[in-house]
Design a protein around this ligand. Sequence first.
Ligand code: SF4
Ligand code: SF4
Length: 321
Amino acid sequence: MKTAFSRRDFMKLAGMLTASAALPKHLTEVFAAGLERLAESTRVVWLQGQSCSGESISLLNSIDPNPADLLTRYITLVIHQNIGAAQGQTFMDTLDKARLTKDYILVVEGSIPLNMPKACIIGGRTFEAILLEMIPDAKAIVAAGTCAAFGGIPAAEGNPTGSAGVKDFMEHHHLSWRGKLINCPSCPTHPMSIVGTLAYLAAGRFPEIDETLLTPKMCYHHSTHDQCPRYHDFERKIFAEHFGQPDGCLFKLGCLGPLTHTECPHRQWNSGVNWCIRASAPCIGCSWQDFCRKKDFPLYRIGEASHAVSYTEHDRSGGTL
Ligand code: SF4
Ligand code: SF4
């Protein structure tokens, strides 16, 4: 049962959402209104396909608000394969009931096996068939995580299932994604990106999105590189020589920060405890659309010869990225 929240509680979380990504202050009101609606009336249907449940775990790892508050008080989550109590036929009946309301936001976690639909079955129905039923009546669709957004690890070169992200799935089935689909990549996606996007949608607004990546600009506008605390070292050509080195740009250790767009440098992870580069580990490009797609994609690489980004001296002096 939901416990009553005061306007002050909603404003507090909205303020955190805004501050954690250094967003303009006027968005606090939008988030607060959206959170209130998420808690009171907006249904969220969360489905998992070819996924490791990373997005759900990431959401459960949020500290403030804690997972119990987030899921039982802030979000009206009507369906979730891991967290929900409904099992078997009850689960499928709840899903059908939610669909008939035609009043829900659909969150998709994981990719969809386009060439082998039976590789992913829920309650005797293929994930593909369920999505074909749920997508048309959804008010909006949020592809949570890099697998749902771009295919991610299940779509790695040579995979037999023909894994696809939600956009490719919708195009394959001639469903229009414009003004309806929002990608929230990262492996896993940051809990505040999901909560912020859901709050924005529940407030009756559709966020401004990147035309190519379909990511909400409020959460994915900057490149990790641009905001990196080691950017000055990059500019001065001071490079770390080994993993764990507390100073120096990590580019020559394979850092893919120049290819990724996230708010990691601001938000960090585990409620601001740390993030990859602060831990002196290169960004492995987990929100990049080509993350782990190639067979020869090493997560770490030493030297520039095998780097996924080619730089010239002009680039390194701040030219193109
Ligand atoms: S290459 Fe990586 S470590 Fe270096 S400035 Fe860019 S994001 Fe930071
Ligand atoms: S720094 Fe890079 S690898 Fe680390 S979480 Fe952010 S986008 Fe992903």
